[in-house]
Design a binder for this molecule. Structure first.
Ligand SMILES: [Fe+2]
Ligand SMILES: [Fe+2]
Length: 351
């Protein structure tokens, strides 16, 4: 589609327009990359931190309007729930003895790809509470959406973004072969149970390896999504140099969604805690380039967010610290508080 570049005052900027140039905040740091689709929350946050005007790309009108606008949280949410329902049906059909239906999988992949410009709604839906029983279905869908976004952030072409979306959706498909008593066990697994659980990667690989519509690289990513860069993962203990890019992306997305779900179920930490754990707890485990691209982009969605500090003051997140994503710079009135320097000042919650 054709688009043109225009400079607009911030109050004329509309959701759906894309940034035409990198946007810097008033401290000279990159806030948004070029080519990023804007939504109403991001526009509001740009206003919050005092941006006056930006250069945007405006699409020339297209001949047929798309029927769904996924920038709308309601339309997005209903489609997300429908995708989760399809994912559940896909899992249940296999556990009742049928072969994986790749057409159903591809329909879900297409539906996820239709939402490829609604990153804000994707991030919001991932961090919402869901029932624990439904975890595997939502997890598969969430990892699929995260893999799609990481592919876009890595600036991969459509073919690879599609494959990544499919790999994310199917990465845990082998879990249908794991007995429910092990899969949903609330307590810690015994060593034997854990050995069985670990086999889901191979079960999944065996289910997809002979399907024409699934690339061998996607199948390989399903087989190796629990391998770690330092060779400490399973099933083979492969090191990073033996893992393909799809596998590295799925691993980052998988860990982020699992940690986010854990945070929702067990504690009231902010997403910043998950960023900190991923940034500082994953050395040697996750691919550093994929992790860096992921954290840089996903954390940028929190710039402009209103927060309450543990001091009781409220402020706006104005800058992410690359060395420590869980401790951003917060503007309170006309003061800038660097929470990475003021060690006792923390973000307590989002408001
Ligand atoms: Fe897994
Ligand atoms: Fe997983």
């Amino acid at each position: 589609m054709k688009s043109k570049k225009v400079v607009l005052p911030i109050n004329k900027v509309k959701p759906g327009m894309k940034t035409a140039e990198v946007i810097f905040n008033n401290m000279g740091n990159i806030m948004l990359w070029d080519g990023v689709p804007l939504d109403s929350v991001t526009i509001e946050r740009l206003k919050n931190i005092g941006i006056q005007e930006i250069t945007v790309l405006i699409d020339e009108p297209r001949e047929t309007e798309p029927d769904r606008n996924y920038d709308s949280p309601e339309i997005f949410a209903s489609s997300y729930e429908r995708d989760a329902e399809y994912t559940r049906n896909m899992f249940l059909a296999i556990s009742s003895g049928m072969a994986l239906d790749v057409n159903t999988a591809n329909e879900i992949v297409d539906s996820v790809l239709e939402k490829s410009e609604s990153h804000r709604n994707i991030i919001d839906s991932i961090t919402k509470v869901k029932s624990i029983d439904e975890y595997t279905y939502y997890h598969s869908l969430n990892v699929s959406m995260l893999c799609m976004m990481i592919g876009q952030w890595l600036r991969l072409d459509e073919y690879h973004v599609r494959n990544l979306t499919q790999a994310g959706l199917l990465h845990d498909i082998g879990k249908v072969r794991i007995p429910a008593g092990i899969l949903n066990k609330p307590g810690k697994l015994t060593e034997e149970e854990f050995e069985e659980m670990k086999r889901h990667s191979e079960y999944g690989y065996n289910m997809v390896k002979n399907i024409d519509d699934i690339s061998p690289e996607v199948a390989k990513a399903i087989l190796t999504h629990h391998e770690k860069e330092d060779g400490s993962g399973y099933p083979f203990g492969l090191t990073g140099d033996k893992l393909n890019l799809y596998s590295k992306v799925v691993t980052v997305a998988d860990i982020f969604d699992a940690m986010t779900a854990n945070r929702i179920y067990k504690s009231k930490d902010t997403p910043f805690k998950v960023f900190e754990l991923m940034q500082h707890g994953s050395f040697g485990i996750l691919d550093p380039v994929v992790l860096d691209v992921f954290l840089t982009n996903v954390t940028s969605y929190y710039i402009g967010a209103k927060v309450m500090l543990n001091t009781g003051e409220t402020g706006v997140v104005v800058f992410m610290n690359k060395q420590n994503y869980s401790r951003p710079v917060v503007q309170v009135g006309d003061r800038y508080i660097d929470t990475s320097v003021s060690k006792f000042v923390r973000i307590k919650e989002f408001i």
